[in-house]
Design a protein around this ligand. Structure first.
Ligand SMILES: [Ca+2]
Ligand SMILES: [Ca+2]
Ligand SMILES: [Ca+2]
Ligand SMILES: [Ca+2]
Length: 340
């Protein structure tokens, strides 16, 4: 390749990377603002006996203090100076950048606030916040934050909440199949059944429970506690689990346990590089990223996949330093298990 051409490619690539960075950082600000708006709306409902505002501009300024909170920094419309209407994209509107999906019969995984156009994000995607406060994008995985594993954790927690609601209506027993959470209408978004790190695509619908099947309630997760009574479930009972560590780049599985918390169980505790050994390379990577909390993954040294590289990760590497993990009979059981 001629040298001049290489230089041009590098400049163009650099410009594209800078543009992508602007889009992501604007989207992140917008996602935080959507959260603030959702919170303001919730406080409004609480102050008005559950009666929603007649016009969303009523949220300003008592429930959402700053007009700019209603605005996406990537929106071509100028930022509002006050909020006095709720006409989509109108100046000083509560809907200048975001749509509010206000219905009477919310389910927890329904969208609540969304970008009113992908143009807010250079035409590439739409962000939305669900009723239960999870940030998603359409198409999925369009932004680095939240990470795939953070979303998978949120989806597992949501499956747990839906299960408890199901049990409440069904003699204190969990459903005999994840599919019941869909059929009963407790969940209405196929995303809830999916780990965004799964190579299987996001289901369009949920209509079966074949492991890894198309449109399956078990596209990503197994449900070992199917049909159990709540009284049989111990805090360490495995309720729902990734059906393969490949859902998390081969680093381990996420588990929803009977205390209704989600934990990451690594295949090989402290292995950052993915070679089933813990050694100098793993420590180097971890130290390079130490203190980061932004879209880190196990390959950056976030050994417990909780979204940061901190002393817990360092302890995981140091306590297993020099050891190697041999895959167990299941193919994903290392010799070492994490501290609870
Ligand atoms: Ca707009
Ligand atoms: Ca799968
Ligand atoms: Ca390693
Ligand atoms: Ca961590």
């Amino acid at each position: 390749m001629p040298r001049r051409f290489v230089a041009i490619v590098i400049v163009v690539h650099g410009t594209l990377t800078a543009l992508a960075f602007d889009v992501f950082s604007d989207a992140k600000v917008a996602q935080q603002r959507m959260h603030q708006l959702q919170l303001g709306y919730a406080v409004f409902l609480n102050d008005h006996d559950g009666k929603p505002p007649e016009d969303l501009s009523e949220l300003y300024p008592d429930y959402v203090e700053q007009a700019v909170t209603f605005w996406h920094p990537g929106d071509a419309d100028p930022p509002p100076e006050t909020i006095d209407n709720a006409v989509p994209n109108a100046p000083n509107s509560a809907r200048i950048s975001f749509d509010w999906v206000l219905t009477k019969d919310y389910v927890m995984d329904d969208p609540f606030i969304a970008d009113n156009t992908p143009e807010n994000n250079a035409g590439q995607f739409v962000s939305f916040v669900t009723v239960d406060g999870v940030v998603e994008t359409d198409p999925p995985n369009a932004t680095p934050t939240p990470t795939r594993v953070a979303l998978a954790r949120a989806h597992l927690r949501r499956l747990g909440q839906a299960m408890l609601m199901y049990a409440n209506d069904n003699h204190e027993r969990l459903p005999d199949d994840l599919l019941r959470l869909w059929d009963s209408g407790l969940l209405q978004s196929p995303r809830s059944f999916w780990n965004p790190g799964d190579a299987d695509p996001l289901p369009d619908d949920i209509n079966n429970s074949e492991p890894n099947g198309k449109d399956s309630a078990r596209v990503s997760f197994d449900f070992p506690a199917a049909g159990m009574g709540l009284d049989e479930i111990e805090p360490d009972t495995i309720v729902v689990i990734d059906n393969t560590s490949d859902n998390n780049d081969g680093y381990g599985v996420l588990v929803l346990t009977g205390d209704w918390k989600v934990t990451f169980v690594p295949d090989c505790v402290g292995d950052v590089s993915g070679d089933d050994r813990v050694g100098p390379g793993d420590l180097r990577t971890l130290l390079r990223n130490y203190g980061r909390r932004d879209s880190v993954t196990p390959s950056d040294g976030d050994t417990d996949a909780d979204g940061d590289v901190d002393y817990r990760d360092l302890v995981n590497v140091l306590t297993n330093y020099g050891s190697s993990c041999t895959p167990g009979p299941s193919g994903n059981g290392g010799g070492v298990l994490p501290e609870p």
